[in-house]
Design a protein around this ligand. Structure first.
Ligand SMILES: Cc1ncc(C[n+]2csc(CCOP(=O)(O)OP(=O)(O)O)c2C)c(N)n1
Length: 644
């Protein structure tokens, strides 16, 4: 059946039995394909029936379906003609792990960061109303996890103000973010979920009382008139309705007819409506259901049947940090940990196990996490805020003004820094060095290996009168790269025979830098590799060191614009040091999904290529880097073209 679905219109004439068959086939397909490539398996297994129902009731792309976060859009992709692309899910040439406009007209919002869909939907609905496109409905699918994000509530506040807005909000409630959703909202949704009594009560009242002669009808009407009061007693759903948003539900999210019934009513309502759909994350796949911690929210390459990882991962950067923080926690009762709904992925789960009272999961709320950390620091604690690099973007203002301006002793630990690859443009952690570079008082470290993660974490936690930040990449940690000599906090990793080039290596690129220096030596070029470890503030001794060299080259896993190379250039300029600085890093582009290694290759960040550059630069008197001189692309679609 699945292979016959080329577009949503192919779903329309199917019988209930055929729809059941299709759901089963979609689940088998997802289990098989996602196990091969890795991806968001659990969330997608949970929305099979919901997505089918959405595409049967609404007419995409005329009606616009916006998925919050977008990680649960695989079924939508399958129903909109992209089955073949799943062979290479999240790889170059295959479908992206999130909605992607270049793939299909059915994808409108290219997301991956949570809690934005309600704002998008509100904007699109208002746009349709003002441009005479009233026949188009906007449907926003938002998880209970994404509803913990502040943006969702800013949007709801605006949506509710327009009683005529044609917007259907589908709350996909599976009680989980990665792990169980936390907070007051989760408790509230759970109340709605468990008090299904209200609708039944009203049906019963209608049936019985309407048949009761004379007094029956008035009693029913009175009860109906008191609806809200009764509802609040039997099913306290007042919150959404008090806001002015009609509430339907809860609806069994695995019963296509029931969902369709609710969606039809919602479609005809003529104002903002919320349909509360209950789904099961990982539905139909025993290994996912049995995964208590995360219900296979996101898996790597696994055995399709058992769900077990196919290769044994080495020790990761995350686990080095995780273990060290637990050790520190034993000696320092002031150290507390904060996660924004990512306890396991950031490695804070071990800290939570050891010190549950000192661990806080704030929901998908990076901004709140950051400002609350400033508050905790004021009260005498030393918070460690562990987030992915890409998600710190969201809390920039809080970092700048609530934390840094107040010189709060908060330590940020950024996982997945640098190019991450598979998850596409919005998941790369390539902006943190540039963004944090402009925050006064903040200290930033980029450890090159596990030993340096432990070391810089301890150093960071010893700073109590200013914020600190440590960033490291995704995946298996590098073998430790021993230090040749440490001068004023700067590690010398490789000493060149002659003073041709000083190669400043930032963070995890150190091994590549050392290997390139070794190769350059064979070609007669003397390259000394140093690792400053702390890149903000930069040690002043860098200037003294650089004086001896003909060229300085900086390699960093982040955007070149505003990155460490540019800070170093400025430092040299201000110190009156006239030495050319070359930069190896990420150009100012959105990088389409592909393996990290592939992207690095495209960008020329390989040992071989860097060696070639080092050799060229060492003999280049004028040191003009032509790549740097290229104008920014004028064509707005330029960033979609292949990287090369
Ligand atoms: C701003 C931001 N922070 C963190 C994440 C990481 N993240 C991805 S999905 C997810 C949980 C989403 O839960 P929910 O919205 O309920 O969707 P479900 O996976 O349960 O369907 C989180 C925390 C993110 N995508 N965006």
């Amino acid at each position: 059946m699945l292979s016959q679905i080329k577009s949503p219109s192919d779903l329309k004439g199917l019988s209930n039995a055929q729809l059941d068959q299709l759901s089963t086939e979609i689940r088998s397909f997802l289990i098989e394909q996602v196990s091969k490539s890795g991806g968001h398996l659990g969330p997608n297994l949970g929305v099979v029936e919901l997505t089918i129902a959405l595409h049967r009731i609404f007419q995409s792309p005329k009606d616009v379906i916006v998925f919050d976060t977008g990680h649960q859009s695989y079924v939508h992709k399958l129903l909109t003609g992209r089955i073949a692309g799943f062979e290479k899910l999240r790889q170059r040439g295959g479908v992206a792990g999130y909605p992607n406009r270049s793939e299909s007209e059915h994808d409108v919002v290219e997301n991956s960061h949570a809690s934005t869909a309600l704002s998008w939907s509100d904007g699109i609905a208002k746009g349709f109303a003002l441009t005479n496109q009233q026949d188009r409905t906007v449907i926003c699918v938002v998880g209970d996890g994404a509803l913990t994000g502040g943006m969702s509530w800013e949007a709801l506040n605006n949506i509710a103000a327009n009683k005529k807005e044609k917007l259907v909000i589908v709350v996909n409630d599976n009680e989980r973010s990665y792990s169980p959703t936390i907070g007051g909202l989760a408790t509230y949704l759970s109340t709605l979920r468990t008090t299904r009594g209200y609708e039944k009560f009203l049906d019963w009242g209608k049936g019985v009382l309407e048949k009761t002669p004379v007094v029956g009808q008035p009693i029913y009407e009175t009860l109906h008139g008191m609806k809200k009061g009764i509802k609040d007693i039997i099913a306290p759903q007042g919150m959404f309705e008090d806001l002015g948003i009609k509430y339907f539900g809860p609806v069994d999210g695995h019963d296509i007819s029931a969902i369709e019934h609710a969606l039809l009513s919602a479609k005809d309502f003529g104002g903002p409506v919320l349909v509360h759909v209950i789904t099961e994350k990982g539905r139909g796949h025993a290994p996912a259901i049995n995964d208590e911690a995360e219900k296979f929210h996101a898996v790597g390459v696994v055995d399709a049947e058992t769900g077990q990882p196919l290769s044994k991962a080495g020790q990761s950067w995350t686990s080095v940090f995780s273990d060290e923080l637990v050790k520190i926690g034993a000696k320092r009762s002031d150290v507390v940990a904060i996660t924004a709904a990512m306890m396991g992925p950031t490695g804070l789960d071990k800290f939570e196990k050891a010190y549950p009272d000192r661990t806080f999961d704030v929901g998908i709320a990076e901004q709140h996490a950051t400002t609350a950390a400033a508050g905790m620091a004021y009260a005498g604690l030393h918070p460690v805020v562990a987030v992915y690099s890409t998600f710190l973007n969201r809390a920039f203002d809080q970092l700048l003004l609530d934390v840094a301006l107040h010189k709060a002793g908060v330590t940020f630990v950024l996982d997945r820094a640098g190019i991450t690859g598979d998850d596409g443009p919005s998941h790369n952690g390539i902006w943190d060095l540039a963004l944090t570079g402009i925050v006064p008082t903040l200290h930033v470290a980029a450890p090159r290996d596990g030993e340096r993660v432990r070391e810089t974490l301890r150093e960071a936690l010893d700073i109590s009168n200013a914020p600190t930040l440590i960033r490291f990449p995704k995946g298996a940690v590098n073998p430790d790269i021993p230090v040749f000599e440490r001068r004023d906090g700067i590690d010398v990793l490789y000493r060149g025979e002659s003073a041709d080039i000083l190669l400043v290596s930032i963070g995890a690129f150190a091994q590549v830098a050392v290997d390139a220096a070794a190769q350059a030596y064979r070609e007669g070029v003397g390259v000394t590799v140093i690792d400053p470890r702390w890149v903000k503030p930069l040690p002043k001794s860098l200037v003294t060191m650089a004086q001896r060299y003909k060229k300085v080259v900086v390699i960093e896993d982040g955007i070149k614009h505003g990155g460490i190379a540019s800070t170093i250039s400025e430092l040299f300029r201000e110190s009156g040091l006239n030495v050319p600085v070359h930069s190896i890093g990420v150009p100012l582009e959105f990088l389409e999904h592909a393996k990290r290694a592939q992207i690095l290759e495209d960008l020329g960040i390989t040992v071989q290529n860097i060696t070639r550059s080092l050799v060229t630069w060492s003999s280049d008197e004028f040191s003009v880097d032509t790549k740097e001189e290229m104008p920014l692309p004028l064509d707005e679609n330029e960033h979609r073209k292949p990287l090369r």
